[in-house]
Ligand binder design. Structure first.
Ligand SMILES: [Zn+2]
Length: 262
């Protein structure tokens, strides 16, 4: 047994996607990059280069709007417009697309802060609340029937459109809850790298890189060797250095990063 993880990076591409993929490539670390359509349209070149280096590209919707705030039909347009650009990026790279993966902006899966049904397995409620309680504005209020229906419809739409979950985790809070059946890409640990950006600094509990390392140290699941983790980090101009520093910290502590499908 060893410490193992999949690295997922949201909000690509940025002005520093080239730096990020270069740094990861140098370290031999694979990653799945979830791209925003609006940014991909403006800046496709580093994504095509990333594909050639072996990185996998996923869909993070077009405009990074919360899906609970959009009609179902608009959510679909957000996903499909972005799909076209991802297909084009793979064509430009001359590489066959390995699969269709999706992560909701802000992890708003159609029902706002009710990321998943926290109550299905009461034993895992605390673990789930802790997992999502890092700026996602989680809600303990069960959402309206309309919102729950939209959340359900989005899962059905993703499934029907050929999307699949890129990874599975065996930790009980994942394997025994709704996370296990989600078509969209879930995660098991958030680096909270974005809390160090100018816009957010000081408004959240983690204010320094050391705070984020301590968040890792203190996580009840991260150091368990009986399953691979799914790590959430970001590709934004201000987060790339933080992401790399945290990946280095994990490698120094014995983590091995796995490829999609491993
Ligand atoms: Zn995002």
């Amino acid at each position: 047994m060893a410490l193992r993880a999949y690295l997922t990076i949201d909000d690509s591409p940025s002005a520093r996607t080239g730096d990020l993929t270069e740094a990861l490539e140098k370290r031999g670390i694979p990653a799945l990059l979830f791209c925003r359509g609006d940014r991909l349209e403006q800046n496709p070149a580093p994504v095509a280069r990333g594909i050639q280096k072996g990185f996998v590209i996923g869909n993070h919707a077009w405009s990074h709007t919360r899906f609970s705030a959009l009609p179902f039909e608009t959510c679909v347009v957000e996903i499909e417009k972005t799909e076209k650009l991802i297909d084009a990026a793979y064509r430009d790279a001359g590489i066959a697309r390995p699969g269709k993966y999706f992560r909701f902006p802000h992890m708003d899966r159609g029902a706002g802060g009710w990321v998943i049904d926290y109550d299905t397995v009461p034993a895992h409620r605390d673990a789930l609340l802790k997992l999502f309680d890092d700026g996602l504005n989680i809600s303990l209020q069960k959402p309206s029937a309309d919102m729950l229906e939209k959340k359900e419809k989005l899962q059905e739409y993703l499934k029907k459109s050929g999307f699949t979950a890129p990874f599975a985790a065996s930790f009980p809070f994942y394997a025994e809850t709704e996370m296990a059946t989600a078509i969209d890409a879930m995660f098991t640990f958030s680096t909270a790298d974005w809390m160090l950006t100018k816009r957010h600094l000081g408004k959240w509990p983690y204010k320094t890189l050391d705070d984020l390392r301590k968040k890792m140290d203190d996580d009840p699941w991260l150091w368990q060797e009986d399953g691979a983790h799914i790590i959430l980090s970001h590709d934004q101009e201000e987060t790339v250095d933080t992401t790399i520093a945290l990946v280095d910290y994990m490698v120094a502590r014995g983590f091995e990063f796995l490829k999609c499908g491993e």
